[in-house]
Each structure stands twice: as C-alpha cells, then as structure tokens.
Design a protein around this ligand. Structure first.
Ligand code: G6P
Length: 606
C-alpha cells in the first residue's frame, strides 16, 4: 500500500527521499512523488508509474533542491493511477502525503466546494490538504487537530506548511508511521527499512499523536496538543538484512532465510525441550482455560492459521475456527471470555485483521497476536503477542513469514496439548525436537532446487492449475496455490482431493496440470486414488511426497521427494518446493517476482 517518507537535515533531500521510497517499493504502488522546500517554497514533482518514471521526469525537468521534503508511493484507491492523482497533494501553502482512506471525503469536499475550493484530483487525500489550508490560521498543530476532528477513516500524514520551512508535521491513525532520528536529521517513514541506510533509531507514533520534525530536534504532542516524551527504539536488524545480497530476487533470498528464521523464532521459546510461551503471557494455566480458538488473518497469514487449526485440533482436541479477517468482522461471530482469538499478521498493520482484533476485544475474548513487525498496531493492541523473528520480509509474496507463523502454531499446539493432558511430556519433547530438526531439513531441500526448476519449466505455459491434498496437505496446498497465482499470474485453485469428483474434475484435461501433495501417510492411499483420477483425464501430475515413496510413472509425471519427519510437521518442509515452483515459474514467465502487479505487501485499508 502507499508508502510515506520525509526528511529534514543537512543532506540533499531529493536523494534521501528517492532512496527511502525505493525501500518501500515492496509495499506495492502505481505512482510516486515528492515535495521539497526549495528556496522557501514548496515544490512538487510526481509521476504515474514507478520511481524510475519519477526520476526520468526529474532528469528532464530538473531535480528539486533542498533539505526538507516529503515523498510518497501511491497504491490507487480513489481515482486511477495518474500524474494528477499521485501524491503529494496541496497548494503553495500546505502540502501533504497520505496513506489510508478518508471515509467522509465527499462531505468534506462539498463543504470546501461551497467555500470556493476547486479540486483537481479524484483522491480523498486532496480533501484533507484543502481542509488544512481552509482551517489554517497560523498554528499548524491547532490546524491539524481541527482537521482530524472532521475526518473519519484511517490516515498517516506527512505535512509541510509554507510558513514553517524545513519542518515536517506527521500524524497517524490506523496506518503505520515511524519517526526516525540521526545526527541533526530526522525522518518519517511507513516502515523502518526505509531509513536503515541512515539510522536505526526511531520512535513509534501512536494514534493521533503529532510529531514535529526539524533538523535538530523532534517533538511529540498528544491529541490535546500537550508535549509528550516517547521511548526511542533501536531497530534489531540492519540495512543488510533488508538487502538482496547475491540473490537475484528478495523472494528467493527469503526462501533461503527460512531455516534461520525458524531457529531464531523457536529457540527462545523452548525450555528443557518443552514449549515455553510464558514470556508472552501464555502460561500453562491460561492454556487450560479456553473452550474455543479462533484464528483470524488475511492472505498467507490466514493459510498459516489453516495449518494451525489441523494441528491444534488433532493433538490438543480444542475446536479451532479459521476466518478471513474481512469476513470475521462482519459475520457477528459468537465469542465469549472463554475463547481465544489468535490474530496472525506479518506486518501487524493489516486493516481488516486490526479491526477483527478490536472486535474480539470488545466481545471479551482473550487475544493473542502472532506478528513479525515489532511495535506494530496489532502487536500493541492485543492482550498477548508472540513475535516471529523472520527479519524484514520485502518480497510481496510471503514465504519466511508464513514459515515462522507455522513454527509458532506448532509451539502453541504442543503447549495446548500438554497443558490439557492430551499429550505426555515425553511426546511433547519428541515433537518439539522434531520441530527443531526442521531447519536442517529445509537446508537439505534447498540444496537441490533442480526438480522444482524442471516442474516450473513444465508449468510455464499453463493457464490453469489445480493443487490437491487431504487434511494438512489440503491446508498447505492453499498456500502453494496462492503463491503461484500471486507471482506467476497463472490461475490456480486448491481443492480437497476427495471433493474433486463433486464438480471440479470436469475441468481436468491435458491442459490442466495438477500438483498433488501427499505427505500424510494415513491419507496417502486415498490421495493417490484421486491422483489417478486426474491422471486418467490427461492431467500432467506433480506429486509432492516422502522421499521413501516409490511412485510409478502411471501415477505421476514427476515426483518431488521430501526427507522424513513426523507427518504432523510435514507442511513446514513440503511448502518449500511449492514456494520454489511458484518462484521459478514466475521467473520463467519474465514477471516482476518481488513486486507482482496490483498487489501490496501491507494492506492498510479495508
Ligand atoms: C497482503 C500481502 C500478503 C499477506 C496479506 C496479509 O495481501 O500481499 O502476502 O499475506 O496481505 O498481510 P499481513 O501483514 O497481515 O500478514
């Protein structure tokens, strides 16, 4: 989604803004722009397309020169991607960049039009810029507060007033924004990686707090305008962690990051071979308390929850309902104070997941979040948080975040099963040790990507594809299918293997390849029967299963073998070839792997 940056300090600010914006490209965008104080005037340059298009414009029109400015990458919501709709918006007096959605923008626009304001763009953002101009009487903070009283919706705003050159004002509600500080310089950004080249020190802006940045200092004010002190944080990763290194794409780098990410996530949560979640508030007493569990998330994070459901229900015998957050919010779920709602989110800022969390809290349920970004809104608002330690995930298609989310679900499931006397300590230790063995197995799988490359070469011209599996394999194949469609743009669906013959098998021809996942031994023969059914209808079949399984040519055209581990943990290793197949297929199709069309990494609007 939209990315915001801002800089004030001694450096040449256009360079800083462009560099920082480039670090936010991963969020997804369709236009870019900056506004800079040049000789005391606010000057703006913006362009539809990529940052490179903005740079080309600068090359022909001349670069804005100054030491204070704001920048933006826009992911269109109100109005198509165009030069006019790109941010910054405003006039010579006040100029802003905005992430979020102003829900009552039509009402504000009518109010402003009556006062004679003329609108250029179709954006909701322009109404905020003009309202600031309309209310401005010389005091920026009072003006911002008056505007915020009028606007409904979500926002992170970077604002510059002509009367206050070399100063940036920033405020946010339900959209992320950080304020970072270096030596005699300050920044705003949607995310920490945007500023890591310059500093690791930052503040998290809270709801409706206002920050005022100038080169020497940063001040914060609460929603009544009173000055406040905030805690300075230091990023626990550096610029290198957010770089591709020698890999051609972030996605393949992040696939290779997975073993380390799992180790870093689970090691501090294992004591004497047993899961230990006390530090996040999940005591064994508390784990005995719950009647029902809900997992609520979006996209890949929701898919991690699907695996979590199978594992928790199987070994802890507690009912788990998995919901897409945008559905959960509006389906009036039945929640009690005996329920646990688990919110899963890499970014910790997904708008629907955040609102689902607030709904769960209003209904008295306990809330636990599994979040990757420290200090993000979901982490801060939930009763308990388990941070995953994947490091920054830059590729839009999530891989390592999913993997660490899975690893946390296993720890929760083991702890729940043990706490509720559904598993002995010995069995709990055995499974925990198996979980600890997963990273090494993934390292082995990653040494030989050739089979996946071969499969990708067979799929590259497909227009439709099916993933099938049963039980845990079905849950996993949902993620495999999503990965492929996100980045290769091949239409694909995931089906419960046993359900195929109730309709979908009518689509299977020699033009519909099928990827079958069969890692659960108790269901293996049943899945293979379904595989034979699609093979008999001409499908090219790839079978993902154990190394040890002999597979005849008349069952599958290609087998991808996986090392042996407890069947319960197979999703953690079986997902790796599915990630690789999606990756190599996307590469072969010449797609922009890390920034697939139309997608955003962090969806901060509903
Ligand atoms: C977007 C991303 C997905 C991600 C989903 C949820 O759609 O493109 O990769 O799974 O949001 O994001 P979250 O940050 O909440 O995990």
């Amino acid at each position: 989604m939209c990315g915001i940056v801002g800089y004030v300090g001694a450096r040449e600010c256009t360079e800083v803004l462009l560099n920082s914006l480039s670090k936010l490209e991963y969020r997804g965008y369709d236009s870019a722009g900056i506004a800079v104080f040049e000789n005391g005037e606010i000057k703006t340059q913006k362009s539809k397309g990529k940052i490179a298009d903005l740079v080309a414009k600068m090359d022909s029109e001349g670069k804005l020169m100054g030491h204070c400015g704001i920048g933006h990458t826009r992911w269109a919501t109100h109005g198509e991607p165009s030069d006019i709709n790109s941010h910054p918006h405003g006039n010579a007096n006040v100029t802003i960049v905005h992430n979020g959605i102003i829900e009552n923008y039509k009402k504000i626009k009518e109010f402003l039009e009556k006062k004679g304001y003329v609108f250029e763009s179709e954006t909701d953002t322009e109404t905020v810029a003009k309202l600031l101009d309309c209310f401005y009487e010389g005091n920026p903070i009072a003006t911002i507060q008056r505007v915020l009283d009028e606007v409904e919706g979500s926002y992170a705003l970077g604002i510059m007033f002509r009367d206050y050159p070399n100063r940036i004002y920033a405020v946010r509600k339900d959209s992320p924004l950080i304020v970072a500080v270096g030596d005699d310089e300050a920044f705003i950004a949607s995310d920490v990686p945007a500023v890591l080249k310059y500093t690791k020190k930052y503040y998290l802006l809270d709801q409706d707090e206002i920050a005022v940045l100038d080169s020497g200092r940063v001040e914060f004010f609460d929603d009544h305008g009173a000055p406040i002190k905030k805690q300075l944080l230091v990023a626990d990763f550096d610029e290198e962690a957010a770089k591709k290194g020698n890999y051609p794409h972030y996605m393949i780098k992040e696939i290779h990051d997975q073993p380390t990410a799992i180790r870093t996530t689970i090691t501090p949560r294992i004591t004497d071979g047993m899961p230990d979640l006390e530090e996040c508030g999940m005591t064994y007493d508390r784990l005995r308390d719950y009647n029902n569990i809900f997992v609520v998330a979006c996209g890949t994070a929701m898919h991690a929850g699907l695996v979590g459901k199978y594992v928790i229900e199987k070994i802890a015998r507690i009912s788990v309902t998995v919901d897409v957050a945008s559905e959960f919010r509006y389906r009036d779920p039945i929640l009690t104070d005996k329920d646990l709602v688990i919110l899963v989110s890499q970014s910790g800022e997904t708008a629907d997941t955040l609102e689902a969390l607030r709904l769960a809290k209003r209904n008295g349920a306990d809330t636990l979040s599994i979040v990757n970004v420290k200090g993000s809104s979901i982490a801060r608002e939930s009763d308990m948080v388990i941070y995953t330690h994947a490091g920054p995930e830059i590729s839009v298609a999530s891989t390592k975040a999913y993997m660490v989310q899975l690893s946390v679900f296993y720890l929760i499931a083991f702890a729940l099963a043990y706490a509720n006397d559904k598993m002995t300590a010995e069995e709990c230790r055995r499974l925990t040790a198996q979980l600890q063995a997963v990273p090494e197995q993934i390292e082995e799988i990653l040494k030989t990507p050739e089979d996946c490359q071969y499969v990708a070469s067979q799929l590259v011209n497909a227009e439709n594809l099916l993933y099938i599996g049963r039980g845990l394999d079905y849950a996993l194949s949902m993620e495999g299918s999503l990965k492929l469609k996100e980045i290769s743009y091949i239409h694909s669906e995931s089906y419960a293997a046993g359900e195929l013959k109730h309709g979908t098998i009518s689509l299977v021809t020699d033009e519909m390849p099928v990827i079958a996942v069969a890692t659960q031994r108790d269901l293996y023969d049943k899945t293979i029967s379904n595989v034979k059914e699609v093979k008999a209808r001409g499908a090219y079949v790839v079978l993902v299963t154990h190394d040890s399984k002999e597979v005849d040519n008349d069952v599958a055209d290609c087998k991808i073998g996986l090392p042996t581990i407890d069947d319960l943990l197979m999703p953690m290793t079986a997902v790796v070839p599915l990630q690789l197949i999606a990756y190599y297929t996307s590469v072969l199709r010449g797609n922009d792997v890390d920034k697939p069309r139309k997608l955003a990494k962090s969806v901060t609007v509903e």
